[in-house]
Design a protein around this ligand. Sequence first.
Ligand code: ATP
Ligand code: MG
Length: 420
Amino acid sequence: MKKIIDTLDNDTNAGLVIVDRGMVIRYMNARMAQWTGVTAGQALGASLALAFPACAAALQACLLDALPSGPHGRGAVDNGLPAKGLIQIPTPSGAIECMVCFPFTDIDDELSYAALFYDARDAEAFHRSFGSAINRLLRLQVEQQLLLLKLEHKDDHLLEVEKLAGIGQLAAGIAHEINNPIGYIFSNLRTLASYVREMLNLIDAVDTVKSLDEFRQLRNCPEYEYIRSDVESLIRESEEGIDRVKKIIGALKDFSHPEEPGYRPVDLHRCIETTLKVIANEVKYKAEVVKVYGDIPDVECNASQISQVLMNLLVNAAQAIDNFGVITIRTGHEAPWVWLEVDDTGQGMERSVASRIFEPFFTTKAVGQGTGLGLSVSLSILEHHGGSAEVDSEPGRGTRIRLWLPQTQSATAVPLETAG
Ligand SMILES: Nc1ncnc2c1ncn2[C@@H]1O[C@H](COP(=O)(O)OP(=O)(O)OP(=O)(O)O)[C@@H](O)[C@H]1O
Ligand SMILES: [Mg+2]
């Protein structure tokens, strides 16, 4: 609107008054003040009736008439109506006449009205300057459309860049997560290799000792005792590391492999019951599970994948509870969608955490306790089903995560391979 006001002010000899929906004057240009003798100080914030009593009623009727019945026209000038009859404001030097009224919505989406005036003694010159100003405005509009188009293309490009950045982030995360266990497995193997060498030397000594007692003495050195205890912990630690790498690789497969055939109608309530049985140990010491099941239809989905999503939600909920709390599982139906939510009375999350929980490798858990892949894999599964997830969380209150699944799959949905 500022551009329109500037163009009218600078390129035409028009008077301009802008009022809000309550007919209070919000803007009046200097030319109008000069013509009418009403100063900006008197006009701004005053009602139309107070500032221009001679023509307020006619002007107000004209402004209201100009309001299109549909959504307020942003096309401003396009929606203008020629002033009905002759609305004149008598001025010390003659009269000025209203030429056009139009409504527009300003930057705050507030409805306002503009009225344009011209000096009746100089009508011809005004019409000429007004015509070229409109042309300039139209050109400006075209330029803006072009700019918008360019910005839209930029958006597409940004999406591509974001996708690439996402892949880069994922790759960096994988490298970081896998590097650590691989590092200590490698160092453990080196230590184990040196232990094996020492053990082999010991066994080879059987050939050189004269008696079993002498062999026992050789074996009773402190190094032997140390190796015995260390071997077990090195092997245990390495197995845990390999498990961790396996878990990460397994979860990563879920991001991409479109292999398992088709979806079947699944009773989500049965799916919940089965999942609860599988993770009973993780949940039963942390929370009472309350079920508030709605009347929902079967959902066309991959049951084992949905069960994996549920498992992630329920384990997260249990892990978020410090002592003992409540996990409520609710289901409902808003055709064509079925929803399922897991609501816990755990620690909840700050907004800055809640906004990141679906990012791969985002975790607030101690090193070795969470890979940060649970929810990102879950979201990926949901999206392959054409579904989505919503989070509502507050520190101290708890967390509610609601899943939305389409009741039936469209032909375009791509199933994922089941988690291994
Ligand atoms: N119910 C919840 N309450 C509070 N925080 C949660 C909840 N669910 C998820 N979070 C937060 O989101 C993070 C990411 O969760 P996600 O399940 O993806 O990974 P993780 O649980 O940390 O690790 P993993 O699931 O791989 O063992 C968690 O570390 C935690 O900070
Ligand atoms: Mg988790």
